[in-house]
Design a binder for this molecule. Structure first.
Ligand SMILES: Cc1cc2nc3c(=O)[nH]c(=O)nc-3n(C[C@H](O)[C@H](O)[C@H](O)COP(=O)(O)OP(=O)(O)OC[C@H]3O[C@@H](n4cnc5c(N)ncnc54)[C@H](O)[C@@H]3O)c2cc1C
Length: 954
């Protein structure tokens, strides 16, 4: 039997060796790319054990994977990939008394932290990827984070290794054992065993004895030594801790099946003080005096980072909330109360005041401002990938660490090195522990560029080693540092590492080519000199990437932010399936692979890409939430337009995509159509014919259209100019009361409302089926029809957020050179935007409300104006800006998508609605959101226009 068929028989989870899955897992967050042999997604630890045994029988190399956010290439390999994140992700126990947590390897760090928080505890090391990285991956990499400082001062130590209690591990040869600290008695017992476990312990003991003095002298004693194997843990004073020695071994020695970790008290209150210095170098010089005050976090950043983050619009106006300076330290203090934490921050402030070179200081008391500052710092490694530089920026030298007291010296030398090689990079990181982050604009596509990359990292390694530092301060060695390890450790310790690896993995089948006997740091590059994607013709103009779809497909840098399970919208389908294929990253990677053409060979007709995109709700959540603005809804529309050049479109493309036509037809005889669609037997036939789910109710046609109502009225006078109210298909035919309310509100505001008579549609439903030539035609029709008004600057108010989003987003990408399109994009507003801009006096309404933001609204227009409007009305409102309703236009109506649609809704929106009191108003501007809410809960949601009208009436 083949490896695949044996695995398929033995494993209860999934086994995938198809080209799509191999392409999907071909890379991690790094610059490297190696499609795996195949992917195993085990359901249980027994699955893992069985699958490893089968791989062993076939001699197939293996490696583990959690969130796949590694930056040094240790999580992609030409081996069998064990994705442990989908099923093995439970927090098994939190023992508050012993301050211990027990987890499966695929647990997301934040899930552990939430569970620990119930008992006032937390896990110290917290990578910026905390909302989607896994404990297995953190153990693999020996991760750290902002609050490693907290676990340094108030816990067992800064790194994940320090915070591990014991590990349940599996070796490639099938040995399963629990390892941790080993007392002399235990060690004596273990080394006396006559089995593989005895052999492992005997050899570990011999290794520790043989290299003891070199381990003591040759492994820098700094908070962030991550490079190499953690052999100091085997010294007697560290309790011969085999678990600690294995943390950071990056799947090259064992797979972790379960972990017990130390938890530390979580301060009840925190205070942030930011210190502004003339430069990042001076900020670094002052680390020792700041750290004497034992903060729980001490981060640094330069002005370039702040400016870069602002330039891409990820976070705005940060400079205005920071104290004066061009280099900052973000120092966080904890306490039992806010006053307590503030007191500690003030003590630092008082101590620094006396210095003639005292920094500018600001103790933050505004949570929103604090969040903004943290967001900029945390976003660094991801968001600065595509800033205004000649080339994108890359990892490769992104987490080196030196003794904190030598940080200023290191940063100066590092900046000089960048200048020498004519490279650029922002400087920021965990300065309190001497760890520096940066993404550098390496050229990884040409011979010269790659040569420069190599020279740069080799010289940077020399500087770090000369200062007594570590090549990696938290991300691990993988492939990008493996080759450089001899510089840091010399031959004797390298030999010790080799022996350590051989004890665990005598045949070197675990993650081969990573850390030891490594691939060269400049091979297996995702780009490389052979990178030559085809120049494909596209319907959309991808303005962020000079129109190039190939460059656009490189936009995703693998941060994996789309794998988080809470906050924001991105990515609703991943939150339900927990499948990499259904994350924004997975889809983006498949599009990159599609252009690359190996192992995916189908081009625009590739079924793997089609399958991955099928569950994309086109909610644009990624466009709003992704730090590098991956816009999957647009990519999906582009892909489908080409895919359907050679395939027949499904029925739903015509029933839902062309809803504008059907709605016009239906409105000629709304009574008859409703009689058919609302009568059980007949409606079942209608649903069958249209591809609608039998579990959905067909929306009722209104007895009259909004346009009929509007044009039957007599002319009105106005005092403040004219505004075009966009009569979208849904409000016009199904919910005319919404548009009527908007007319009343706009007229009350003094405007003369104009509603075009000509039938028009922005074409939003067409995008979901890739009907882009039709969408373009419809948009051209709108621009021709409204040309005079648009040229005269008439504002257009749209009630349906997705229509406003089309005018502001898709239209400018489909018609990039059309001046009228640019004008219409500038002149189109949501109702709240328009009213706020014209100083509307909102009526007050003493009601509770729950406001659900449409995903396109959140992504393109943002909810700020909506929020301002409900505040102005004095509504006691809970504005939900997380999660998607799951309907997403026609997505949730479709037979094949009903289940996923409901699961998406259950993730956030429906539970919140069930908790809301009956008398609370439910506000949702999107027609599909209102329909989902009504069909799932029986509650009728109102458009903001109706809520304002209600206020005006009462
Ligand atoms: C934008 C960005 C910011 C980051 N910020 C930080 C930061 O602040 N601090 C920090 O420390 N890191 C940071 N990282 C790096 C990375 O997120 C962390 O190392 C994280 O802990 C990795 O977790 P993961 O689940 O994604 O691991 P993966 O990438 O899936 O795996 C990491 C390593 O562990 C191995 N592995 C996975 N599961 C197992 C298992 N069960 N048994 C044995 N080996 C296993 C893998 O083979 C791999 O070698 C950042 C990365 C990005 C992209």
């Amino acid at each position: 039997m083949t490896l695949l068929s044996e695995l398929q028989q033995a494993v209860h989870g999934e086994v995938r060796f198809d080209a799509g899955s191999r392409a999907l897992y071909a890379t991690d967050g790094s610059n490297y790319r190696q499609p795996p042999i195949g992917v195993v997604i085990p359901r249980t630890t027994d699955d893992v054990v069985r699958a490893v045994a089968i791989c062993r029988e076939h001699g197939a190399p293996i490696f583990g994977r959690g969130g796949g956010t590694s930056l040094a290439g240790q999580c992609c390999n030409n081996a069998v990939c064990f994705d442990l994140s989908k099923y093995l992700n439970r927090v098994l126990d939190i023992d508050g008394t012993r301050r211990i947590g027990r987890v499966e390897p695929g647990v997301i760090l934040d899930d552990l932290r939430h569970a620990a928080q119930q008992q006032g505890l937390t896990f110290g090391p917290d990578p910026s990827t905390h909302n989607h990285c896994t404990l297995g991956g953190m153990i693999g990499n020996n991760s750290c984070g902002v609050h490693s400082v907290m676990s340094q001062f108030y816990g067992p130590g800064p790194r994940t290794s320090d915070n591990v209690d014991w590990l349940d591990i599996l070796t490639y040869d099938g040995t399963r054992m629990r390892v941790g600290a080993t007392s002399p008695d235990e060690l004596a017992g273990l080394t006396a065993r006559d089995d593989r476990i005895g052999d492992i312990y005997r050899r570990l003991k011999a290794l520790a004895d043989r290299y003891e003095s070199k381990i003591r002298t040759g492994m820098p004693n700094i908070p962030r030594r991550i490079s190499g194997y953690n052999l100091t843990a085997l010294l007697p004073e560290h309790g011969f801790n085999v678990a600690h020695a294995l943390v950071g071994s990056e799947s090259t020695c064992v797979l972790v099946l379960e972990a017990s970790v130390h938890l530390i008290p979580n301060p009840k209150a925190r205070s942030l003080i930011v210190l502004g210095y003339p430069s990042v170098f001076e900020a670094a010089d002052h680390i020792p005096e700041v750290m004497r005050h034992q903060p729980i976090g001490c981060e640094g950043m330069d002005d370039l980072l702040v400016k870069d983050i602002e330039s891409i619009g990820y976070e705005e106006q940060t400079l205005s909330v920071l104290p004066a300076g061009q280099g900052w330290l973000l120092v966080e203090f904890g306490g039992d109360t806010k006053a307590d934490a503030d007191k500690r921050a003030r003590a630092l402030q008082d101590a620094l005041k006396g210095d003639p070179h005292a920094p500018a200081m600001k103790l933050f008391d505004d949570e929103a401002e604090e969040r903004k500052v943290w967001k900029v710092r945390e976003a660094g490694l991801g968001a600065t990938a595509h800033v205004e530089r000649a080339r994108p920026t890359w990892e490769g030298w992104e987490d080196s660490a030196v003794p904190p007291e030598r940080l200023g010296e290191y940063l100066r030398a590092f900046r000089r090195l960048l200048e020498k090689h004519q490279l650029e990079g922002d400087l920021y990181g965990h300065f309190g522990q001497g760890c520096v982050h940066t993404r550098i604009n390496f050229d990884l596509e040409t011979v010269d560029g790659i040569r420069t990359y190599r020279s740069f990292v080799e010289e940077a390694a020399d500087i770090v080693v000369s200062l007594g530092g570590s090549l990696s301060g938290e991300h691990g060695d993988g492939q990008s540092r493996g080759e450089l390890l001899p510089k840091m450790y010399g031959p004797e310790l390298m030999q010790a590492f080799h022996e350590f690896k051989t004890i665990w993995d005598p045949d070197w089948k675990m993650n081969p080519g990573k850390v030891l006997k490594p691939y060269r740091l400049d091979e297996n590059l995702r780009l490389g000199t052979a990178y030559d994607p085809p120049h494909v013709r596209t319907h959309f103009y991808f303005a962020n990437d000079a129109g190039s779809f190939a460059k656009e497909s490189l936009r995703c840098v693998g941060i994996g932010e789309c794998r988080r399970l809470e906050e924001g919208t991105m990515c609703p389908s991943f939150r339900v399936t927990r499948e990499e294929m259904h994350s924004t990253r997975g889809r983006a990677r498949l599009l990159f692979e599609m252009l690359k053409g190996d192992p995916l060979t189908g081009g625009w007709q590739d079924e793997h890409v089609k399958e991955a995109l099928d569950l994309c709700l086109a909610c644009k959540g990624c466009k709003g939430d992704c730090p590098v603005s991956v816009d999957m809804a647009t990519y999906k529309a582009e892909f489908l337009s080409h895919y359907y050049e050679k395939h027949r479109r499904p029925l739903t493309a015509y029933s839902f995509g062309l809803i504008h036509y059907w709605a016009r037809l239906g409105s000629l005889m709304p009574g008859l159509v409703n009689a058919i669609t609302q009568t059980p037997g007949l409606s079942a036939i209608a649903k069958l014919m249209s591809g609608m789910s039998p579990h959905r109710a067909v929306p009722r046609f209104a007895p009259f259209t909004f346009k009929d109502w509007f044009h039957s009225r007599s002319a009105r006078t106005h005092t403040r100019g004219r505004v075009i109210l966009w009569p979208d298909t849904f409000n016009n035919h199904f919910h005319p009361h919404t548009a009527i309310a908007a007319v009343n509100v706009l007229e009350r505001a003094g405007f003369g409302v104009v509603v075009p008579r000509e039938p028009m549609c922005c074409g939003r439903p067409l995008y979901d089926y890739g009907m882009l030539p039709t969408a373009r035609r419809w948009l051209m029709h709108i621009l021709r029809t409204l040309r005079t008004e648009i040229d005269q600057g008439a504002p257009v108010v749209g009630l349906e957020p997705s229509c406003v989003a089309v005018f502001r987003d898709e239209m400018t990408q489909l018609l990039p050179d059309h001046e009228g399109a640019k004008r219409l994009a500038r002149q189109t507003f949501t109702l709240a935007e328009f009213l706020n801009a014209h100083g509307f006096h909102y009526p007050t309404l003493d009601r509770k409300a729950i406001v659900h933001g449409h995903c396109h609204h959140k992504a393109v227009m943002k909810l700020d104006d909506e929020r301002q409007a409900v505040q102005a009305m004095h509504l006691d409102a809970n504005v939900l800006d997380n999660g998607c309703c799951g309907m997403a236009g026609s997505f949730g109506f479709e037979r094949d998508h009903f289940d996923i649609s409901m699961k998406v809704a259950e993730h956030e929106l429906l539970p919140k609605l069930r908790q809301a009191p009956d008398e609370a108003l439910v506000v949702a501007d999107g027609f599909s959101c209102r329909t989902q809410i009504e069909q799932a809960t029986g509650r009728r949601a109102l458009h903001l226009a109706e809520v304002i009208e209600l206020g005006l009436r009462s």
